[in-house]
Design a protein around this ligand. Structure first.
Ligand code: ZN
Length: 240
């Protein structure tokens, strides 16, 4: 059995509560849909957290028990407290894994970790997306075909305002003609970061078997190997 991993799935959880179209796709919330397929794996334990909980559900105690944090947010990025975003980023620097999904390209913790604009262009017409697996030997691509399709998705197009990825794993093509770097990794201090593009709230993307496989692989890949909180102490000499 793969090594145990504790996942926290964070969702802003606003669209599902006031948009009937979204509620029809994700009646329990996007976080619940993601948690459900991860919980099928015996080595993975999952908790969920949402924006409107105290401290957005991301207390120090919760993060103490989180190996990998998955983040979905869209219209309420500005409602995330700067101190909580800084807390999440500090945990990533210490070793926690961080997976940003879809519109989390503008999430405060992701932007803080990237240090760039994270901007892109978009078109919400529900068009076909074809993802190309450009790094098939990477653990996040394990078990994935060399290309797969989502019949209806929002388009995200280049230029994507990210720093040069350490590893580019998926590139998307859209029916309208655009392409996008839709699966990319970065090391940030001791932690691993993965961005994965699909997942607009009005489409059933997180029920797609290939999408689920990518997220599951990413959870396993992003597990911490160390926990080294940041600091710059004076060091005594080891030799007399
Ligand atoms: Zn979207």
């Amino acid at each position: 059995m793969p090594d145990a991993v504790r996942v926290t799935v964070w969702n802003e959880y606003r669209h599902e509560l006031d948009n009937p179209v979204v509620a029809a796709v994700y009646p329990e919330g996007i976080h619940a849909a993601i948690a459900a397929f991860l919980r099928e794996q015996p080595e993975i334990t999952v908790r969920v957290a949402t924006l409107d909980e105290p401290e957005h559900g991301l207390t120090e105690e919760v993060l103490d028990e989180t190996d990998v944090l998955i983040w979905w947010g869209h219209r309420a990025h500005e409602d995330v407290d700067d101190a909580i975003a800084a807390r999440v980023a500090a945990r990533v620097h210490a070793g926690m894994g961080f997976i940003a999904l879809h519109s989390a390209h503008y999430a405060k913790p992701f932007k803080r970790l990237m240090g760039t604009t994270c901007s892109l262009c978009w078109r919400d017409d529900g068009e076909k997306e074809r993802l190309w697996t450009v790094r098939p030997a990477h653990p996040i691509a394990a078990g994935l075909p060399l290309h797969f399709e989502l019949e209806k998705e929002e388009m995200y197009g280049e230029p994507f305002g990210i720093p040069e990825p350490d590893e580019l794993i998926f590139i998307s093509w859209f029916a309208g003609g655009e392409v996008f770097r839709s699966g990319a990794t970065w090391q940030r201090s001791h932690g691993r970061v993965f961005y994965f593009r699909p997942g607009h709230e009005t489409f059933p993307t997180y029920f797609d078997a290939n999408v689920q496989r990518v997220i599951l692989n990413a959870v396993r890949w992003a597990r911490p190997t160390v926990n080294l909180p940041d600091g710059a102490p004076r060091a005594d000499p080891l030799e007399p």
